[in-house]
Design a protein around this ligand. Structure first.
Ligand code: ATP
Ligand code: MG
Length: 436
């Protein structure tokens, strides 16, 4: 079990400590925090208790501790331990699975929940290793103690550990006070930590925006300069982060912040304001914001939201331009459409690895737009059989907010849906379609 030194350390916190000197941790007990242990998932409790009864240390770490302190519901629970991955697998047997290309982690399944378990790790010692790790951020697999583990984490607020048995928060870097002061601070020098792993730039924006933290220790003017570093990230990691940015209920604010910090074109090269007419750029940004607002309210109401729909909206302006370009060379509209969608998607996936299951939906949403533009009974009956009818129609309604000539067609389809609904022909509740 984790041994706490002298109780007089409780709640003490030294400001401006030099993190390289590995200071002693500060401890915060339930007189300092209001963590409701009832919010900790069954899976995390099971993993921690099992590791402890096998003689290892096991603590909650990272975002879940941060969220518990803030009285928010954590998205997931991460456990850290001094057991090595192979020990963890021995203990949990078939319930566990080693994962991770970047780090060796273990996923432990209990009931329907997966808890991620990592072993205390050190930051790679030599700068040479750090330099090499860019694309995959590999190489950070040297095991260490909790005092080592803390310094490889990104922000002080993400470097808090929680002992569920003694209900104590363990803090080496001042994250507890930063949380109370609503401040986002890097562990170490921001420019070095961002260069080491540029994903931290997006994470910084996400945490500052969603948790309303000040970034005053960071030079925001530098952020657009950091943008080109995002190029060094694996496109699969970026897709995963995109889900966190856009599907957790704060997409509109986050997107605006990315635009404001001049970073959005590093994620979506088609949204480069230097390469677009300002009218077309503003048009695209406004349509995207409307889609994100709708997504946020759906997420907040517990309804489904997909990245396929959002990516279709984000790339739509570029697709239209591409189609126009190809019309100068090719006459067959279906060939034009196929080539244009391939060009746009293949260009985008160089940056963000949009999986095929997602890009197939995007293509279909785009493909059925021409049927919505031509409201006929024949098209309507055909679309009733289409799995993407609702997404395609909602996309069409969204387009009509900036493409005014579509408004009549939207009216036609609305009447059609009301009728189809009365006749029980609509495969989804009519209330789930967007309104003008
Ligand atoms: P959320 O789950 O809301 O995205 P989180 O902070 O829990 O937030 P995870 O991706 O679940 O994010 O990571 C768990 C913990 O791992 C983080 O809190 C942090 O301590 C550490 N971590 C994650 N990504 C990085 C990174 N790029 N650099 C350093 N530490 C990281
Ligand atoms: Mg997490």
């Amino acid at each position: 079990m984790f041994k706490f030194p002298n109780k007089s350390f409780l709640g003490l916190y030294v400001k401006n400590m030099d993190v390289r000197k590995k200071p002693a941790p500060k401890f915060f007990n339930s007189s300092h925090h209001r963590i409701d242990v009832g919010k900790i998932s069954e899976g995390a409790n099971f993993v921690i208790e099992t590791l402890r009864s096998s003689g290892y240390d096991a603590l909650l770490v990272g975002g879940c501790v941060r969220d518990l302190i803030l009285q928010n519901v954590p998205n997931d629970f991460d456990v850290v331990t001094n057991a090595k991955p192979r020990d963890i697998i021995k203990i949990f047997g078939r319930k566990s699975r080693a994962i991770g290309r970047r780090f060796r982690l273990v996923h432990v399944r209990s009931n329907n929940e997966i808890t991620e378990v990592s072993t205390f790790r050190k930051t790679p010692r030599s700068n040479k290793i750090k330099k090499k790790i860019h694309k995959q951020f590999k190489g950070d697999n040297e095991f260490g103690s909790i005092a080592d583990d803390v310094f490889r984490r990104d922000f002080t607020i993400n470097a808090l550990y929680f002992d569920i048995e003694q209900k104590v928060v363990i803090d080496y870097v001042g994250g507890f006070c930063d949380l109370l002061e609503r401040k986002l601070s890097c562990i170490g020098k921001p420019s070095e930590r961002f260069e080491e792993d540029p994903m931290r730039i997006l994470r910084a924006i996400r945490f500052a925006t969603t948790l309303k933290l000040s970034m005053k220790d960071m030079n925001l003017a530098e952020f657009s300069r950091y943008g080109c570093m995002l190029d060094n990230l694996s496109s699969a990691r970026l897709f995963y982060e995109l889900e966190k940015l856009f599907l957790r209920g704060s997409a509109t604010e986050l997107f605006s912040r990315l635009v404001q910090l001049n970073l959005v074109q590093f994620l979506f090269p088609v949204l480069d304001r230097n390469k677009m007419e300002s009218l077309a750029y503003n048009h695209s940004i406004n349509t995207i914001k409307i889609a994100l607002q709708i997504t946020d309210s759906r997420v907040k109401m517990g309804q489904s939201a997909t990245l396929a729909f959002l990516c279709a909206v984000i790339l739509w302006g570029a697709l239209k331009i591409e189609i126009e370009k190809l019309r100068c060379e090719i006459t067959d509209e279906s060939v034009i459409f196929r080539i244009a969608t391939e060009n746009i998607i293949s260009n985008q996936i160089k940056t963000i690895a949009i999986p095929r299951r997602v890009s197939n939906i995007m293509r279909e949403i785009w493909r059925i737009q021409s049927a919505f533009e031509n409201p006929t009974k024949r098209n309507a009956n055909r679309l009733l059989q289409n799995d993407r009818l609702r997404a395609g129609y909602n996309f069409f309604v969204l387009r009509s907010k900036t493409e005014n000539h579509l408004i009549h067609a939207v009216d036609w389809w609305r009447n059609f849906f009301v009728l189809a609904n009365k006749m029980n022909k609509l495969p989804f509740p009519e209330s789930e379609t967007y309104r003008l």
